[in-house]
Design a protein. Structure first.
Length: 215
């Protein structure tokens, strides 16, 4: 499955953490301000998309010099830069998508992006990598590695999530429903080094706290 890494204009994880999710053939796609973040990590963007209002002239000059493919949009538009770059990835056939820089100071963008990621088809895998936690949008199944006692939370999105079954978690679920607006799935724990989560209907947000990265 083709993988694309999308860099947004939020708070970035450390370089060592980003590298864990990149392969030799991972496409580097940047939304406006996420471009500077990727460049700071020593990565060359394959594509830059947005109105470029968050990029200083030096960065824009560097992109032109290195002939990075750039799609410039007007500032006043119906889509955010995040939506534009995600749509580009999907149009190009990427179905394994890793997001960096999701969380930032603009809560409206954070929430809008979460709904955007939630709306994608079942064959699209989206992973959101934050400095101290990793988020997964689950519509069928998910296999994870972790450490005993490490926290993991299961949060229903877009309504109830049915047929939830877990393996390798302290509080196991067996073909059960997690109800939207309820907190039953918060702060579960790994019982060992691996866990599995499957759902039959609905959309589940899985948040894994990376204990080794917590301050």
């Amino acid at each position: 499955m083709k993988r694309a890494a999308i860099f947004l204009h939020g708070n970035p994880p450390k370089k060592s953490r980003v590298k864990q999710f990149l392969t030799k053939n991972t496409a580097i796609l940047c939304a406006d301000g996420g471009t500077a973040y990727a460049l700071d990590l020593g990565l060359k963007p394959d594509v830059v998309i947005g109105d470029l209002d968050s990029l200083d002239k030096k960065v824009q000059a560097k992109l032109r010099k290195e002939r990075v493919q750039t799609y410039t949009y007007p500032t006043e538009k119906n889509e955010t830069d995040s939506e534009l770059v995600l749509q580009y990835a999907l149009d190009e056939g990427y179905r394994d998508i890793v997001i960096f820089g999701w969380m930032g100071s603009r809560l409206d963008h954070v929430l809008a992006n979460l709904t955007l990621f939630t709306e994608q088809k079942r064959d699209v895998t989206i992973t959101i990598v934050e400095p101290e936690q990793t988020l997964y949008i689950v519509k069928s199944s998910l296999a994870l590695t972790g450490k005993k006692g490490e926290y993991i939370s299961l949060i229903p999105l877009k309504g109830d999530v049915g047929g939830v079954t877990t393996k390798g978690l302290k509080w196991a679920l067996h073909n059960e429903t997690l109800y939207f607006g309820k907190t039953r799935g918060i702060s579960n724990e790994f019982t060992g080094k691996a866990a599995e989560i499957t759902v039959k209907s609905g959309v589940l947000l899985v948040i894994k706290l990376e204990s080794s990265l917590l301050r």
